[in-house]
Write a new protein. Structure first.
Length: 432
């Protein structure tokens, strides 16, 4: 890893933001956090060395690396953003509490461990605190494949005499449940069909990686995924897709501050709905041609409000986009209604925006946002990754100085967050 923790905002508790006007320049999007972590978990399924390119250097990746090492795997960075994961013949099929509590994505080791070791002991997950997100769907899907689970003392213990393909109907298109079922299904005997599956680009990325390992998967990225089980997988080399949530963060930054930027690596085809909303708000967004995808973005001095924004499963507006959209709407011209359909507790950051002068009223799953010309700088605290980024973004249009505490949350999901923002002309620095 690079020697400077500050380069990637690791261990940083507070960021100071002082607006410096419109943003200009070019920023590159790192690999998708929500894909890279699951690809790392999938590496458990093949003996030998897996090579992953375009892996973001973030604390969540380090946490997953520590989790894999605790099982007996070797994890090491090569040049730049390339990660090597070596799985020996024998591993310990357990994910301990002290590691799992740091990151909810750890639960996706459950399916791979059950598939290759016929047993798994995984602590109940932690991660961002925005309401209950039970793993019932994960367990039901794996039970239908032949797993048996007992929960006790903060752990889920699973065993199987051998997974067998079946039809799995998810009651909700859960990303995590789809991932666990898909990874377990590739080594199950026979055919597995996952209906009402999550459709996110990250699902298709994991399926592409598993296919490179020898899996037989069709339909990933649609609501029905079909898997023909194979007897074993081989290690593979794979490049992680770009992070659409990071791309949305730079879009939100220029949307609030105004200006013109290029976002290298961003894929417009992964962001159709949110790009449509931002265009409706007055931004000009043009996909770039050439060997690398990207976006050319222009934002006026002030955006327009939109009547409504609602979070929905992909291809709808992702819940991870919502804090950024609320921050943008808090300084847009007009009144908007934002509805959270996925996680009941994900309005907890709004009190912090209100501290900055935002006019936002919450009513159950809805937030009524009355845009103001500018916010006012204030001390605030980041409750989770995306809300933390949204508070920094909001501060780009706040009079005076804003200090965001809990900035270590941001480092969980963003590579060189401060460096990238300052390269665009934002006034952001690290206090401690």
């Amino acid at each position: 890893m690079p020697a400077s923790a500050a380069e990637h905002t690791w261990g940083v508790q507070r960021l100071r933001i002082r607006p410096q006007g419109a943003l200009r320049g070019r920023v590159r999007v790192a690999g998708a956090k929500n894909s890279a972590l699951k690809l790392m978990a999938a590496a458990v399924m093949a003996r030998g060395t897996t090579v992953l390119h375009n892996v973001p250097r973030i604390t969540d990746v380090e946490c997953m690396s520590d989790l894999l090492r605790s099982m007996g795997l070797e994890v090491a960075w090569a040049d730049g953003s390339t990660l090597h994961i070596h799985r020996p013949d024998l591993i310990v099929p357990e994910a301990p509490y002290e590691l799992v509590e740091r990151m909810r994505a750890s639960i996706v080791v459950l399916g791979p461990l059950l598939a290759v070791e016929n047993r798994a002991r995984v602590a109940l997950p932690g991660g961002d605190d925005f309401g209950p997100r039970p793993i019932d769907m994960h367990l039901r899907a794996l039970e239908e494949l032949g797993g048996t689970f007992v929960a006790a003392h903060g752990y889920v213990e699973g065993t199987t005499d051998g997974l067998v393909g079946t039809r799995i109907l998810l009651e909700f298109p859960s990303v995590g449940a789809t991932e666990n079922a898909m990874m377990a299904g590739v080594l199950a005997k026979g055919t597995t069909t996952i209906e009402n599956a999550a459709r996110e680009p990250e699902i298709a990325d994991i399926a592409a990686f598993l296919s490179a390992m020898g899996a037989n998967i069709s339909g990933a990225g649609t609501s029905t995924i079909t898997i023909e089980g194979v007897s074993e997988l081989e290690p593979a080399e794979h490049t992680v897709i770009p992070d659409r949530i990071e791309a949305a963060t730079w879009l939100a930054s220029v949307g609030i501050a105004g200006g013109d930027i290029e976002i290298a690596g961003a894929r417009a085809d992964h962001m159709d709905m949110v790009l449509a909303k931002l265009t409706e708000m007055g931004m000009e967004i043009v996909p770039t041609d050439g060997p690398e995808p990207g976006l050319i973005v222009h934002a006026p001095d002030r955006l327009h409000a939109v009547d409504s924004v609602a979070t929905l499963p992909y291809p709808g507006v992702a819940t991870d986009y919502k804090p950024l959209l609320v921050a943008m709407l808090s300084t847009a011209d007009g009144v908007s209604i934002v509805t959270e359909n996925l996680f009941a507790g994900r309005f907890r950051y709004i009190d912090e925006l209100v501290r900055m002068g935002a006019d936002i009223r919450t009513e159950g799953h809805h937030a009524v946002v009355r845009g103001r010309e500018r916010l006012s700088g204030a001390p605030v605290r980041a409750p989770d990754i995306r809300a933390g980024a949204a508070l920094v973004v909001a501060a780009l249009r706040a009079e005076g100085e804003t200090v965001v505490a809990g900035a270590d949350h941001i480092a969980r999901g963003y590579e060189d967050f401060v460096g990238k923002l300052t390269s665009l002309g934002a006034g952001v620095d690290i206090l401690d």
